[in-house]
Each structure stands twice: as C-alpha cells, then as structure tokens.
Design a protein around this ligand. Structure first.
Ligand code: GLN
Length: 318
C-alpha cells in the first residue's frame, strides 16, 4: 500500500516529531474544559493527560503523549455497533428504526424523539439511536456482549481489550436519562425486547476499555474501506464502512459536527471519556485522548489537535 499523498516525503520519525510537538502545544487547551462527571467514574480522569496515535494504512504506527493511558469507548462504540447491526440485520432493518439526519441537539436529548413522526431517533450517533441499534443485534445478552467485544478486538487487532467494570457500574447506577430514552422508544415500538437488558448491553459497549493506539487501529479499518490495515482482509463490506464514515461526518461530533466538518474535515466520532476516533479515507486512522470536554461533550484539546493535524497535513476530505 502506498502512503497517502502528503506523507510520501515525510519519514515516520518526522511524523512522530511533528505529532509530539502538536500534542504538547495543545495539551494546555484542556484547561478550558471539564472532565465528564454525569457518569461518576469518568470524573476520576486526569485532565492533564493527552495522547495521540496514527495508524497509517501502510501499517506504520506513530504515537505521542501519554500513550499508555486507557479510557472507555463511550460513544465511539456507536460506530462499531452500527457496523455490526448493518452486517447482521441489514440496511433496511436498521433504517426502519433509526434515521439518517443530524439533530442539532445534545447527544442525550429526548426532545426530537417526541416531536418527530415517526418517533424514531434521527440518527445512530445520538444515545437514543445507538440504544435502538444495539437492540437490533441478534442473540442473547451474553452473546451480544461477547460479539461486540470480539468485534472491537478484531478491529483493534488487540485480544487483550476488555471492560472497565467500574465505569460500567457507575453508568448503570446513574443513567436515568438513557433509561427515559429507552422506555420512550419501547412505547413506540422502536425498541423491542427487555429495556433493561438492552441498556445493560449499551452500558457495556460504552465501558470497553482501550488506548489511543487501539482507537487509531479501529479508525484505520474504516479509513481502509472496511479492510484490516495489516492483512487487507475484509472485516466489513465497503458499503458499511462508507455509511459509518458518512455518519461520522454528519453526526459524529454531536451538535458540533457542522463546525468540526468546516474546521477539521475528517470523519470522526467522539466519546465523553475524551476519546476521538478519526478515519482519514485511504490514508489513516487517528486515536486521540484528552478527557477535558467542551459544553457539547467533545474533547477540547482533542478537537484543537485534530484541527492542527488537518491544517498541517491537509487531511480535510473536502
Ligand atoms: N457521548 C457519549 O459518549 C455518551 C455515552 C454515554 N455512555 C452515555 O450514554 O451517556
């Protein structure tokens, strides 16, 4: 595989040097944000931590910052379960339950769910949409949880990935808003099955623990049209990788997706742990971690770092 255009003349050590400089430049940006605390266990994260990893489609990896820090997937998992539901249940079945439009509202908002007809969530990247998508996966609770975890391990090429039990419990104990969304959807037949069971799977997928190298590797599969960046093996059909990347552009950064598309222009999905997964088509996956968030729930320093990376290397897809 050829390097993408902007990198043809840049060596891996030069890339590493530039990435290190940019991570240190943007690390202080986190000071203007706040670590998420509505899931109490997440509030323990250190806002000074920052790490970034690039997984090039040549198989080369570049990392900088606190690369050993681990964090939970949170909303980044929504792209992964969407890919699974599209593979296991098909496009028609998924889009019967969730729409394809951005909301302009916060990720956990219930408002549009009530006022839109039909009462289905507008897209699979908001909490309601992701919970509905998770409910579509076939199998028992244990089977679904096991399959999600093994799919994440396969995408990341890391069999050591597991759950953060404390984060899972913490969310389970406090997630009344997600419960409200789920019960609302149950009433309108968007969500089938046992609500608490579906929520349990959703909390577990959010609590899968990774580092930024794992996230970059997962992003690289989407960037590589669904193929493993090392072996070239198809992990998901190209069409499904394409749908996922499109949702990352239109809805991946919640109600900041428009501004992010203009300033950064990389398909990306954030999570309230402070992680961001980027997929630069035909070029690389990006994993970023910095837990202090802005008022929309996106990593402050992470977004600024992506803005710098995009400007420095011309990564915008537009
Ligand atoms: N934005 C997020 O990362 C949200 C995920 C989180 N587990 C929640 O449902 O609230």
């Amino acid at each position: 595989m050829q390097r993408c255009k902007w990198m043809e003349t840049t060596s891996v050590s030069e890339l590493e040097h530039e990435l290190k400089e940019l991570v240190e430049k943007h690390r202080p940006d986190g000071q203007t944000g706040e670590v998420a605390n509505y899931i109490p266990a997440l509030s323990k994260a250190n806002p000074k931590h920052m790490a970034a990893s690039l997984c090039l489609l040549t198989g080369e990896q570049v990392q900088a910052g606190d690369v050993d820090e681990r964090f939970t997937l949170q909303s980044m998992s929504k792209v992964i379960t969407l890919a699974m539901a599209l593979m296991e249940c098909g496009e028609a079945c998924v889009f019967e339950k969730v729409g394809m439009e951005p909301t302009g509202d916060p990720f956990n908002s219930i408002m549009k769910l009530e006022i839109m007809r039909p009462n289905k969530p507008l897209n699979p990247m908001i909490n309601a949409g992701a919970i509905a998508v998770t409910s579509l996966l076939p199998g028992t609770v244990e089977e679904k949880v096991e399959r999600i975890l093994s799919f994440v391990r396969r995408l990341a090429g890391n069999t050591a990935i597991g759950f953060n039990e404390a984060v899972y419990r913490s969310e389970q104990e406090t997630a009344d808003l997600n419960r409200a969304l789920a019960y609302f959807m149950k009433q309108y037949d968007v969500l089938e099955g046992d609500v608490e069971e579906v929520l349990d799977i959703y909390f577990k997928q959010c609590a899968i623990e990774v580092n930024c190298q794992d996230v970059a590797r997962i992003g690289a599969v989407f960037a590589n049209r669904g193929r493993d960046p090392e072996t070239g093996e198809a992990i998901m059909p190209e069409q499904i990788a394409k749908i996922c990347k499109t949702f990352m552009v239109t809805c991946g950064m919640y109600n900041a997706s428009g501004e992010f598309a203009i300033r950064v222009g990389i398909p990306a999905k954030s999570g309230v742990s402070g992680g961001i997964m980027g997929a630069v088509p035909h070029c690389m996956g990006i994993g970023i971690y910095s837990p202090a968030l802005d008022d929309k729930g996106n990593s402050v320093a992470g977004v600024r770092l992506l803005e710098s990376l995009s400007a420095t290397w011309g990564l915008s897809i537009f």
